[in-house]
Unconditional design. Structure first.
Length: 499
């Protein structure tokens, strides 16, 4: 019998916890708990589920949780990295319970809003509650059959644990790292079709969204009652939840300002605290611009330069000082530049772009470049170069002086054309092609990706040159010739040879 391992299914989209529009009124479950291999007796499986693992032959009877692996709590064999094995050394918190420590159920100082079944946030049962197609932790774990052996009750139940620390026994198999690995795709139009940690709707995993207590996956597990906030430093910060704590630049997921406030102080396992100086600066100001280093988005400001509240001078956000911000400028500077300069190295306050290719005319050198030519981003074009209408050139082109590119040619990305070369009409040139100086390419020529053509070559009409061809200097290729991929032609050759 052949088997294959099914792991981490929920991570790619099968863990559907809620179908929501927001958490102003948290809806009831169901929760889809098909996480790798669902926790049921063998007799309850349908054949369609069995064949996910058993590709040839299905056993006549059996109980998956009666296997040696299950009895030894080696859960990852079937459930993948959504769970931990009991003895794999995974991280389990050892610090005292705090206001944000999750409870398995019924956290007495849980937070609001209540879910539609009346449960407070801050416990597993906030999301995992009985309903159509869902299970409580109790029902889910008892259904494994392991509980029929009373000696195994202590795997989950620890009556001696201090109040608020019952979750520690759960973490023997469900540590913070595996819990924070569970995330499914959500119906959010912005992320539909792929998973964005921190960018999914709340209620579709454990790390999907954290927009405050009313709209948060973090809040479902870690919620608390604000009225019950003590005065110690840890919980004083937790009282700011949903307030003003910024995300640090080294947050493991997402861009600064877009991630959950939890990661402002903790890593994804919540076991390592971040450097407090992220928010509590000593006041150092290395460039002396009046903005402390940790808040300075533009370090190295020139002496006596005026800056905005982000520590950015005009020269640091608008190099040509034409009133339009450089690409990716971190702020608008003291003069409030306007995003974004279509020619950041040459002053062009009018931002004229006659052919609407995104590159300002001030960045295009003199020549005859037709408004009907389609030129990609970041081109470098030499003086007196002519590019005819109907020609399309990809991004990052580097074209020398006095080049002529005739109409209706299609040229790929990252093309290099040396000075004085000519490309006739209807040519098709791939990506990453290098063409030397003073090369003549006649019409209807095709050149594959990655080909290099040396200086002073002549390429005849209707020639087809494959990919990654290397052609030396002073080579002539006669019309209607086909050059295979990877061919190397030495300097001075004529192809095919003269009779």
């Amino acid at each position: 019998m052949k088997t294959r391992l099914i792991v981490s299914i929920a991570v790619v989209g099968s863990l559907l916890i809620f179908s929501i529009e927001g958490w102003a009124e948290v809806p009831a479950p169901p929760v889809n708990q098909s996480m790798g291999l669902r926790d049921v007796f063998f007799s309850d499986f349908a054949e369609a589920e069995c064949v996910l693992c058993h590709t040839e032959g299905i056993p006549a009877s059996g109980d998956h949780h009666a296997t040696t692996l299950a009895v030894d709590r080696q859960c990852s064999r079937c459930h993948g990295d959504l769970v931990d094995d009991f003895d794999d050394g995974h991280y389990v918190p050892s610090y005292d319970a705090s206001l944000v420590t999750p409870w398995p159920s019924a956290k007495p100082n849980g937070g609001s809003p209540l879910n539609s079944l009346g449960s407070r946030s801050g416990s597993c049962i906030y999301c995992h509650n009985d309903g159509a197609g869902t299970y409580t932790n109790e029902a889910l774990h008892h259904s494994t059959g392991l509980g029929s052996d009373s000696t195994k009750c202590i795997w989950c139940h620890d009556d001696s644990a201090p109040v608020g620390e019952k979750i520690r026994r759960c973490e023997d198999c469900h540590g913070p790292e595996s819990l924070h690995n569970i995330q499914a795709d959500s119906p959010s139009s912005a992320t539909l079709g792929f998973i964005v940690i921190g960018g999914e709707d709340a209620g579709y995993g454990h790390v999907g969204r954290d927009a405050g207590p009313g709209d948060s996956d973090c809040w479902g597990c870690h919620g608390f009652d604000f009225v019950d906030v003590p005065t110690n430093d840890s919980d004083r910060h937790h009282n700011l939840y949903g307030g003003t704590i910024p995300s640090p630049t080294d947050a493991p997921f997402g861009a600064p300002g877009e991630m959950y406030v939890c990661l402002s102080c903790h890593d994804v396992t919540l076991s390592v605290e971040r450097d407090c100086s992220t928010c509590h600066d000593t006041g150092s100001d290395s460039d002396g611009d009046g903005v402390v280093d940790l808040g300075d988005l533009c370090p190295g400001t020139g002496v006596a330069a005026a800056v905005d509240e982000s520590g950015c001078s005009v020269a640091q956000v608008d190099v040509d000082e034409d009133g339009f911000c450089d690409v990716a400028a971190p702020s608008s500077g003291p003069d409030n530049c306007i995003p974004t300069d279509n020619c950041p190295t040459v002053p062009n306050p009018a931002q004229i772009d006659d052919n609407n290719d995104g590159l300002g005319d001030a960045c295009v050198p003199p020549g005859s470049i037709s408004p009907g030519a389609d030129i990609g981003g970041n081109p470098v074009i030499g003086d007196n170069t002519t590019i005819a209408a109907g020609t399309s050139i990809g991004d990052d082109a580097n074209i020398g002086e006095n080049v002529i590119i005739s109409k209706d040619s299609d040229i790929g990305d990252n093309i290099t054309v040396g000075s004085g070369s000519e490309i006739a009409k209807d040519s098709l040139i791939g990506n990453d092609v290098e063409i030397g100086s003073d090369v003549v390419i006649n019409k209807q020529v095709e050149i594959g990706d990655g080909t290099v053509i040396g200086d002073s070559c002549v390429i005849g009409k209707n020639v087809v040159i494959g990919a990654n061809v290397i052609i030396g200097n002073y080579v002539t290729i006669k019309k209607d010739t086909v050059i295979a991929d990877g061919t190397v032609i030495p300097d001075g050759w004529t192809v095919p040879p003269l009779p």
